[in-house]
Design a protein around this ligand. Structure first.
Ligand code: SF4
Ligand code: FES
Length: 248
């Protein structure tokens, strides 16, 4: 198949970027989207032109590194898929694809399609952990947890920290990301020690890193590759209000 790519090229956060057009042919529809970018970069290398920079690692939907907006949609046209799980069969022969980085004030462009998402790491550093004794690993069944609670905590823990929720939100809010971690740990006994402080620390870090406020549009959950639920945001709000009341 043939595709026309309009790709965002930008040298760094301080320079202006622009869409540059590339034409590719002889592509297999079974090729992954990132393989298609590899093909483009091979062709650019032969011509002595700089490669298009983009983030990726596992290419299996696990690490959350891939981060492209394809035709205006974070992670591309397939619902609840990562960019690396997207294949060219999702597009038609002859299509024009506009490929941009995840856009948010808290995600400055590093180069081309690659953005700095360390603002999300700072939120996790603020409270996305539990206190635990070091030494021998504790017996796995020492703390019984109801199956339904364990499953629900697993669903929240599935967040891969990709940032698609931020890139999609009109307010650039990371509420779904923060709520996934807050809800995951609030549901489990191991997370109870820092339960009240965690939500305050993480929400404060979210605001300090310049993410916007959540206005419950639900756009984030529509694109989340891990299907993190809006219910987690409700849980985060509950935990936040509870912590505020306790701290008074
Ligand atoms: S909540 Fe979903 S979209 Fe947001 S960072 Fe986690 S996995 Fe990505
Ligand atoms: S490269 Fe790891 S999730 Fe896409």
């Amino acid at each position: 198949m043939k595709l026309t790519l309009k790709i965002w090229r930008q040298e760094n956060a301080k320079t202006k970027g622009k869409l540059v057009t590339y034409k590719l042919s002889d592509l297999s529809s079974d090729m992954s989207f990132l393989e298609m970018l590899d093909v483009l970069n091979e062709q650019l290398a032969v011509k002595g032109e700089p490669a298009v920079e983009f983030d990726h690692d596992c290419r299996e939907g696990i690490c959350g590194q891939c981060s492209l907006v394809i035709n205006g949609q974070a992670h591309g046209p397939e619902s609840h898929y990562t960019t690396c799980q997207t294949h060219l069969r999702s597009f038609k022969d002859g299509d024009t694809l506009i490929i941009e980085p995840f856009r948010a004030n808290s995600f400055p462009v590093i180069r081309d399609l690659k953005v700095d998402r360390s603002s999300m790491d700072k939120i996790i550093q603020a409270g996305g952990y539990i206190s635990s004794f070091t030494g021998m690993a504790p017996e796995a069944n020492a703390i019984p947890i109801h199956h339904d609670i364990a499953e629900s905590a697993f669903d929240s823990a599935a967040c891969i920290g990709c940032g698609a929720c931020v890139a999609t939100c009109k307010n650039s809010s990371a509420a779904l990301f923060v709520s996934a971690k807050v809800a995951h740990l609030a549901k489990l006994p191991q997370g109870k020690i820092e339960r009240s402080e965690r939500v305050l620390w993480m929400v404060n870090a979210h605001d300090e890193e310049g993410f916007g406020s959540c206005t419950n549009t639900g756009a984030c959950a529509m694109v989340c590759p891990q299907e993190v639920q809006l219910l987690d945001i409700a849980r985060m709000n509950y935990e936040y209000n509870r912590a505020k009341c306790i701290s008074k």
